[in-house]
Design a protein around this ligand. Structure first.
Ligand SMILES: Cc1ncc(COP(=O)(O)O)c(C=O)c1O
Length: 461
């Protein structure tokens, strides 16, 4: 196999340590080299095309060939390729983006702070929460409540807040001060016979008990993805958020909505905040903010938080946080153009329509012998496999049944993502057409049937 590899694949296997990958596996199997994109498809070095059923990493909302974004980047590179926002200066395009983002804010917010990735924005949220409680004279109010199976990124703090992450312990994570509560996944964690309402009661009680146990005076914030993404596409039971928010409000605990995946239309509304009626104090966004054409992320900060930051800066003379590339003008120009496209081309309405088609199509697999659960909202969804769907018994992890589904889908021209727990995730570009949704679903049907043959011993891997 090695001698069949292209030069790029050989060099990559030898020299490139891939993020979130098994290094030995990349070396022995070689990377899948992607060379170009068009619409919702990407093409490998052999010319084979694939529908990107995950929009890459939940982010390529406008697909892979949006000329307006290319032109926006090019124009910005020619006029002002880079400048910073430190010490009271700012590139004009960054100022424009800040104003545009305020127009999109799903709840009243005061300012935005830019960063370059989802992880960095969550990291900054953690720092800001610590800062404001120091300024407010309550240095003991610092702990974060975070959920099991949450994914908030991989900076040191974001990893610590995450409830998943391969081998966190070998990085000496988590760092302290994180109170872990359950992932609100009814299908997997409800007790036998427990109704969704009773399950929700149990989740709410758990948060309340955690606050009681630790003391509200030690807890600063609760962080959550409106819909858990990388942890398995989990939508909490009805009533969960209003009740959690009420508890947080009563205990003066901030709510940080990690909208890194859900921001800008993934759930069929601009933000998860609107879908679930959230009232966050901080919202972090990234990914679809620039349709992933350039790295940029942002934090929306409430008025109360910004006022405290000003007070703190009065004391120490400056707000001592920021990166060389906070608000990179090229990324800002791309983000601004992305937001214009979302408005002008009514992309979020399109996502909602394509989302209904995807959800209806996925639910048709609910009776498939391999399928235990089907769920989703807007253009995000998941199929959870089960050896016995009736008793919800999962397949033994070492059988990696979902890996077969992924491999079969890929062989037929569809890239999806597997999540441990035999979960297959879907999160296509928001521009996906009805015909492409149907094509994707047809491939999923074939991949499930071929995997069933394999599981029943009628086929070899
Ligand atoms: C909900 C959520 N938060 C944060 C992140 C981290 O973002 P990044 O990879 O840009 O650092 C991700 C990445 O997938 C995410 O899904």
């Amino acid at each position: 196999m090695l001698h069949n590899r292209s030069e790029a694949a050989r060099a990559d296997a030898e020299f490139h340590l891939h993020p979130y990958s098994n290094p030995r596996q990349v070396e022995s199997q070689g990377p899948m080299v992607i060379v170009r994109g068009e619409g919702v498809r990407v093409f490998d070095e052999h010319g084979k095309g694939y529908i990107e059923g995950m929009a890459g990493l939940w982010c390529a909302s406008l697909g892979f060939s949006e000329d307006r974004l290319v032109e926006a980047a090019h124009r910005q590179m020619q006029t002002l390729p880079w400048y910073h926002s430190f010490a009271g200066r700012v590139p004009d395009v960054v100022a424009q983006l800040a104003a545009e983002l305020m127009d999109w804010a799903p709840v009243p917010m005061s300012k935005v702070l830019f960063a370059n990735s989802g992880s960095e924005s969550n990291d900054a949220a953690w720092k800001i929460v610590h800062y404001i409680n120091n300024v407010r004279g309550r240095p003991e109010k610092k702990k974060f409540i975070a959920r099991d199976r949450a994914y908030h990124g991989t900076t040191a703090v974001a990893s610590a807040l995450s409830g998943i992450g391969a081998g966190k312990a070998v990085f000496d994570l988590p760092i302290g001060g994180v109170i872990r509560v359950s992932c609100p996944h009814y299908y997997q964690y409800a007790a036998p016979g427990e109704s969704e309402a009773a399950y929700c009661d149990r989740l709410v009680a758990e948060v309340e008990e955690a606050i009681e146990r630790e003391g509200a005076e030690t807890i600063a914030a609760f962080i959550a993805e409106p819909v858990t993404g990388g942890g398995g596409v989990v939508i909490p039971p009805p009533g969960y958020y209003p009740r959690i928010q009420e508890i947080l409000r009563r205990n003066d605990i901030l709510f940080i909505a990690d909208e890194v995946i859900s921001g800008f239309g993934r759930l069929g509304e601009p933000f998860g905040t609107q879908v679930f009626g959230l009232k966050p104090d901080i919202i972090t966004v990234a990914k679809m903010l620039s349709a992933a054409y350039a790295p940029i992320s942002a934090l929306y900060l409430s008025e109360a938080i910004v006022e405290t930051l000003k007070e703190g800066a009065d004391r120490v003379g400056t707000f001592g946080h920021g990166y060389t590339y906070s608000g990179h003008p090229v990324s800002a120009a791309v983000a601004l153009e992305t937001l214009r496209i979302y408005r002008e081309d009514k992309i979020i309405d399109r996502a909602r329509q394509a989302g209904s088609r995807l959800q209806a199509g996925l639910r048709r697999f609910a009776d498939h012998p391999l399928v235990g659960d089907v769920r989703g909202i807007g253009l995000i969804g998941a199929i959870e496999l089960a050896e016995d769907p009736v008793t919800r018994t999962p397949f033994a992890p070492e059988r990696a049944v979902y890996a077969h589904v992924l491999a079969r889908a890929q062989a037929h021209g569809l890239i999806l993502r597997g999540i441990p727990g035999d979960i297959i995730a879907f999160s296509p570009p928001l521009i996906i057409s009805d015909a492409e949704v149907d094509e994707m679903l047809a491939i999923v049907g074939v991949a499930l049937d071929e995997t069933l043959d394999l599981v029943r011993g009628k086929r070899s891997a």
